[in-house]
Design a protein around this ligand. Structure first.
Ligand code: G3H
Ligand code: ZN
Length: 287
């Protein structure tokens, strides 16, 4: 059964580790992440962007696929199905379809409007027992059409949003979606420390988890980050493994064109990436 992310993140914040959010795109992605979580006895959050939701046929299809896989694969670790960077309308649709967790990304609105819309969703999510993530400041780069300027969050605004009763808070701290550029200045630990001080026990969320150096990940966790989002890194490992298979001509040998074979190396590559992240974040054996 899908669960809200609240308990897993409260435990993670107290235990000084982070739960990974891994974005899904299709059945292979979902199965690879669920199996890796189960094998490593780790809680996990499956992220679904609005674009990926559409790609998979719609939010009901996503809920049906995830629930079915959990049942058939005997997944017993805690799993939250989470809308990633959702609009207000997207959030309403996912709540209706059966998601267990929602991110409302109101970071591009003026703070009063972000507060207003987040307040409405806090009420709905509380009534239904769902977890809710809000965002302040913005994440640089682009993910599935969501573009951010990358400005660091104002710690006072973070406190205003945290006080509304959200479950977790994503604060822009110089993090970027996609690959980090050569000249990236790194995470702003100054901002993270100030946000952490203002928001107390609130689990903080680090977006743009792809390619952040290990020491920065560990420092971010020590300063209150309890959820880390990874998307591009799974895409890169999937693409690299699939390319190698095709370039080696494996798709031409025997029944190598069979999608169950063709997608195999990419599937294993996602599993390896997710395992590596779970170990780095410290969520192994925390289910
Ligand atoms: O919301 C999802 C993420 O923040 C993932 O970012 O693609 O850079 O790993 P990433
Ligand atoms: Zn993100």
């Amino acid at each position: 059964m899908l669960v809200s992310a609240k308990d897993m993140l409260t435990k993670a914040k107290a235990g000084k580790y982070a739960v990974g959010q891994f974005n899904i795109n299709n059945l292979e992605w979902t199965k690879a992440i669920l199996l890796t979580a189960q094998e490593n006895n780790s809680p996990v959050i499956l992220g679904v962007s609005e674009g990926a939701g559409k790609y998979m046929g719609g939010y009901h299809a996503v809920v049906g696929m995830v629930n079915g896989l959990m049942q058939d694969l005997n997944i017993t670790v805690p799993v939250a199905l989470h809308l990633d960077h959702g609009s207000f309308e997207g959030a309403e649709k996912c709540i209706e379809a059966g998601f267990s967790s929602i991110m409302f990304d109101g970071s591009h609105y003026p703070i009063d409007e972000n507060i207003d819309k987040t307040t409405k969703l806090v009420k709905i999510c509380n009534e239904k027992g769902l977890s809710l993530e809000a965002e302040v400041g913005s994440i640089g780069g682009e993910e599935d059409g969501v573009v951010g300027a990358g400005e660091c969050a104002d710690p006072n605004e973070c406190k205003q949003i945290a006080d509304l009763g959200v479950t977790m808070l994503a604060a822009g701290i110089g993090n970027i979606h996609g690959k980090y550029p050569e000249n990236w200045a790194g995470l702003s630990f100054e901002t993270l420390e100030a946000v952490s001080e203002k928001t107390g026990d609130m689990p903080l969320v680090l977006h743009g988890g792809t390619g952040i150096p290990e020491d920065m990940i560990k420092k971010a966790i020590s300063l209150g980050v309890a959820k880390i989002n990874v998307n591009t890194e799974c895409q890169l490992s999937f693409a690299e493994a699939t390319r190698k298979y095709i370039e080696a001509g494996k798709d031409l040998e025997g029944k190598g064109f069979d999608p169950r074979k063709l997608l195999g190396p990419g599937f294993e590559a996602i599993k390896a990436t997710v395992k590596e992240k779970m170990e780095l974040f410290g969520s192994v054996n925390q289910a």
